[in-house]
Design a protein around this ligand. Sequence first.
Ligand code: PLP
Length: 233
Amino acid sequence: MSFKERYVRTLEQVAACCEAAGRDPREVRVLAVSKTVGCDDVAAAIAAGAQDFGENRPDMLKEKADAFPRVAWHFIGNVQSRRLPDIVSHATLIHSLYQNTHFGKCNAAAEAVGKVQDILLEVNVSGEQSKSGLSPDEVPQALDHCMSLAHLRVRGLMTMAPQGDRAVARECFERLAHMRDDLRAGMEFQKAEAFNELSMGMSEDWHEAVGAGATIVRIGRALFDDGFEELHA
Ligand SMILES: *Cc1c(COP(=O)(O)O)cnc(C)c1O
């Protein structure tokens, strides 16, 4: 199967999932996670209609965003302070911000290039040691901090679910959705308007995420890896 076939089929499946959940398919963006592929595959993906791409390393983000400036590049990887200027220069949306020391640095990097940086706060909903992100009780304070910075715009929350159990993943996604709704209810109108994104769900669990309210699903292998389907059928 070609990327295009996998992509079209994925979009159809996302639409079907939305319908089953009583949601409008236009609420969900499919982010093509291109971190394991080169520029040829990205070019094919753009030709197939993909508009949003995710990278987890600043150097690859820069390389691909420079090569393909007309599509949106999202940063979904581990943030390091010294790489923030590079990330901010190229990322439409940073999904993986959560460390206190990074908020001010991200704001300064955005100010330096004259932009307002859209960000998501990463939340470790499940509390797994291996996962990064804010613990749920740290989110309100981090959110207040980010919202006080003029060059950051907080667009929502991001999480990664534990792997291997779809029911556990579903619960994790539902908790993130509730968290977003609760936080939103306490915001002034303009901030609440912008704070509407839920980045959750990957190749193996995006169905659960869409059912729970995801607005961005981050899909790598199911789009770019021809062997994925057979493995997970
Ligand atoms: C790699 C990655 C993805 C995509 O994972 P797949 O299982 O290949 O779909 C999504 N989100 C993050 C943060 C990633 O690092």
